[in-house]
Ligand binder design. Structure first.
Ligand SMILES: Nc1ncnc2c1ncn2[C@@H]1O[C@H](COP(=O)(O)OP(=O)(O)OP(=O)(O)O)[C@@H](O)[C@H]1O
Ligand SMILES: O=c1[nH]c(=O)c2[nH+]cn([C@@H]3O[C@H](COP(=O)(O)O)[C@@H](O)[C@H]3O)c2[nH]1
Ligand SMILES: NC(=O)CC[C@H](N)C(=O)O
Ligand SMILES: [Mg+2]
Length: 515
């Protein structure tokens, strides 16, 4: 299928690589990230109209500093190096990069010297605030290069070789703190690379549907694990558009869902016309979780049981070749980065373990996207608001919000408390403003006094956070009145709870979930 103009981002492990691709897509030009270890063939096969080299933690003069084939600079497509990317371009093309004692972290004032292309439309008689994060700097330019901007500590804050269309910026145009960031990227992508801004969510949907149609043979079936969350639902709807009822969705009741969730998911999915298999495996999950208190153990048990069920269901379906998954970009960041996976903080229950054992091929149409982009697709697909604005809910469900052993009694307490939190958060208009809002049941009891009696009962913690991608988060400053109402209702209405606390930890150092 014909694809529009696209930009390739090569990743050197920067914290903000993901944002580069995203900002380019905001310019309506499709963009993907590949690790810097991608081969020249792979790079060419992508047929980019421009290449962006990301920043990264290494120094180009380090022994095994990540690099790219030098041919990248002579493919005849413009290249923009950002921070490490610019340093690497300098280094590979014969310039010099050194550790500097004038390091720049945070804001810096950029003075533009040449506004003919990369800085087109920007003024020469003032400075712009840009965001820097570097300890090395370019000391000598490669041949054919000139400076096009400077900052106090970087005489070569931006450079170019216009003959070869090679550009470098020491600052980070992709971050929001760089006031001219989007202008610089637009100049590179639209003006210098000449990309036509034709990419939209609508064209993305068409492309995915077409690709799935081509990929899946006329007699082949696809299964999709469907949670009712936005990621798997959008995936299912896209695949369903392509192959209709040859897509079989499997929704598992693991006994760890929220109050009324089974009914509401079945209703919603029914309205979408999906071919849905509902599996009630709650007893099996709860049986296996008996006596288990270790968070990682819980996750493993749940993950394995999910796999087992999908295997059983796939067998029933018969000839299945593909598994469709709602993997998003933040889910793959670790494996995309050239450095390989980082430390395991917690094992997100992972249906990704499925294909290896079941020998299924994967369909992951959303793997380059962020949650808010997926919400835009959902809107474009005309999905109900209940799905579009649904807060994320983890696969292991309430099990990782019950600290200590998961029992039916404790599930019941948490379900009731959680339902009150959701109801009040929705009523007060906060549901869509926050990333997640939920209740956690703590493994302790505290003393209270209710109607002159001593009580010794459970504690509920309320967790409510703001985030854009769940990588970092801050606790939401909910109004005191709302917190008061939550506390009051939970203590009065949920049997067995006599105390409510509000979690005021950010991520990092805490995480969003408690286990
Ligand atoms: N109860 C379930 N039944 C079937 N599949 C599930 C269930 N819970 C989770 N999954 C699978 O695990 C994947 C990961 O769950 P995750 O919660 O990250 O994504 P999601 O539910 O699609 O979206 P959201 O992040 O909005 O909740 C889901 O996309 C789905 O494929
Ligand atoms: O599908 C999932 N399976 C999991 O095992 C899992 N653990 C955490 N989460 C969700 O991921 C985001 C980040 O959570 P943490 O800050 O607790 O790691 C938050 O949005 C969490 O709700 C999960 N989602
Ligand atoms: N953010 C970056 O790309 C940093 C590049 C390099 N490590 C430096 O310190 O200058
Ligand atoms: Mg979910």
């Amino acid at each position: 299928m014909e694809h529009g103009d696209r930009i390739l981002v090569l990743d050197f492990g920067s914290q903000t690589t993901q944002l580069i691709a995203r900002r380019v897509r905001e310019l309506h030009v499709y963009s993907e990230i590949k690790p810097c270890t991608a081969s020249l063939e792979e790079i060419k096969a992508f047929s980019p109209k421009g290449i962006i080299l990301s920043g990264g933690p290494a120094s180009v003069y380090d022994e095994d500093a990540p690099t790219v084939p030098k041919e990248v600079f002579s493919l005849g497509v413009p290249v923009l190096g950002i921070c490490y990317g610019m340093q690497l371009m300098t280094h590979l093309l014969g310039g010099r990069v050194e550790a500097s004692n004038k390091r720049e972290f945070g804001p810096a004032e950029l003075k533009i010297i040449d506004n003919s292309d990369l800085f087109y439309g920007l003024a020469l008689d003032r400075t712009y605030r840009v965001w820097m994060s570097h300890g090395d700097r370019v000391e000598k330019l490669p041949q054919g290069f000139g400076a096009i901007a400077e900052s106090e500590n970087s005489p070569y804050a931006a450079i170019k070789n216009s003959e070869k269309s090679l550009y470098g910026v020491q600052f980070h145009p992709e971050v929001a703190h760089t006031e001219i960031g989007q202008e610089v990227l637009a100049n590179f992508v639209l003006r210098i690379c000449g990309c036509k801004p034709t990419w939209t969510m609508k064209s993305f949907i068409e492309k995915v549907v077409e690709e799935v149609r081509q990929k899946v043979g006329p007699d082949e079936k696809v299964i999709c694990a469907l949670s009712g969350g936005i990621d798997s639902t959008v995936t299912a709807v896209l695949v369903h558009r392509a192959i209709g009822d040859r897509l079989i969705c499997i929704f598992v009741n693991n006994g760890l869902l929220r109050k009324g969730e089974v009914e509401s998911v079945l209703n919603l999915m029914g309205s979408l016309g999906l071919n849905l298999h509902y599996v009630d495996a709650s007893e099996r999950f709860l049986e296996r979780l008996k006596g288990v208190t270790d968070p990682e153990k819980k996750r493993q048990i749940i993950g394995h049981t999910f796999i087992e069920i999908f295997e059983e269901e796939a067998k029933k379906v018969g000839q299945v070749t593909y598994l469709a998954q709602g993997t998003l970009y933040p889910d793959v960041i670790e494996s995309v980065s050239f450095k390989g996976p980082s430390a395991t903080i917690k094992t997100h229950h992972n249906v990704g373990a499925l294909p290896e054992r079941m020998k299924l091929k994967l369909i992951e149409p959303l793997r380059e996207l962020f949650k808010d982009e997926v919400r835009e697709i959902a809107r474009e697909l005309g999905l109900p608001e209940d799905i579009i604005y649904r807060q994320p809910f983890p696969g292991p469900g309430l099990a990782i919000r019950i600290l200590g052993e998961v029992t039916k009694e404790r599930l019941e307490i948490l379900r009731e408390a959680d339902a009150i939190v959701l109801e009040e958060i929705k009523k007060s208009g906060w549901y869509r403003k926050v990333w997640q809002s939920f209740a956690v049941l703590l493994p302790i009891r505290t003393v209270g006094v209710m109607g002159d009696y001593r009580t010794y009962e459970h504690v509920i913690a309320i967790r409510c956070v703001d985030s854009v991608d769940a990588m970092t988060a801050d606790w939401t400053r909910l109004p005191y009145d709302l917190l008061a109402r939550l506390s009051n209702r939970i203590i009065n209405e949920v049997r067995g709870v006599n105390r409510v606390v509000y979690d005021i930890s950010s991520k990092p150092p805490a995480t969003i979930e408690w286990e």
